[in-house]
Design a protein around this ligand. Structure first.
Ligand code: PGA
Length: 229
């Protein structure tokens, strides 16, 4: 196992530490391909990176934001689009120069392969152990594909869109794409993630908990105390 674990006091400290790691990646390789999660967990990290980009401390203009997942069946411009969320929270505020959207799985995989794959995957941990929308069960070779969301994911995604329906279908970067990343950064905050994080790191590797396969990667987990002890 190639695991680096950082347990920090709170979500703000997690954001600072994660921003250090992402900024270092882009300073070392300005045209890095970054797989970019949405969800609540990485938002503080992206805000910290935006501050650093604005101050000139790091330059994302040659980097790639590669979309991790998207709901199916949304009309152009639907406010629930995860691409829209990625653009608002990451691409625009950081000044990221290039975007690889996820709409059609085969085209996405082809374009990503032509770019050379993912340098750094920035991921949150689903309450059911999903990564992107690789819902349980997802084997490690699951390709980029269309999926149906589980009841757990529908419930957790409801918090993102108060008063609106959560789409029931999605497309997701495959487990195979995520596990082929040069490095993976998993961000975990909050007591409600404690049990799933322990199982992901110390339980059996199983398609029933897709995040358990991250132990096969060069993995950095940055978590707050609430998610750890
Ligand atoms: P969260 O979502 O960051 O909003 O907790 C993580 C996920 O569902 O992948």
């Amino acid at each position: 196992m190639n695991l680096t674990l950082q347990i920090l006091n709170d979500a703000q400290a997690v954001a600072g530490c994660a921003a250090d790691l992402i900024a270092a990646q882009v300073q070392e390789k300005p045209d890095s391909r970054l797989l970019v999660a949405t969800g609540q967990t990485p938002m503080a990290t992206y805000e910290e990176l935006a501050r650093r980009a604005e101050s000139g401390a790091v330059d994302f203009s040659r980097a790639w934001a590669v979309q991790l997942d998207e709901y199916s069946g949304l009309a152009e411009g639907d406010p629930r689009s995860l691409k829209g969320w990625m653009e608002r929270s990451f691409v625009v505020p950081l000044g990221v120069g290039n975007v690889l959207p996820l709409t059609e799985p085969a085209a996405y995989d082809r374009e990503l392969a032509a770019l050379g794959g993912i340098d750094l995957a920035i991921l949150g941990l689903g309450p059911n152990g999903h990564l992107g929308f690789n819902e349980p069960p997802s084997p490690p070779d699951a390709p980029t594909r269309a999926v149906q969301l589980t009841p757990e994911s529908l419930a957790s995604n409801r918090a993102y869109w108060p008063g609106q329906a959560v789409p029931t279908g999605a497309v997701t970067a495959g487990m195979s794409t995520i596990l082929a990343a040069q490095r993976v950064l998993l961000l975990v905050t909050g007591e409600h993630k404690r049990d799933i994080l322990q199982r992901a790191l110390h339980g059996p590797e199983t398609p029933l908990l897709p995040a358990s396969f991250l132990r096969r990667t060069a993995l950095t987990v940055i978590a707050d105390r609430a998610a750890w002890c």
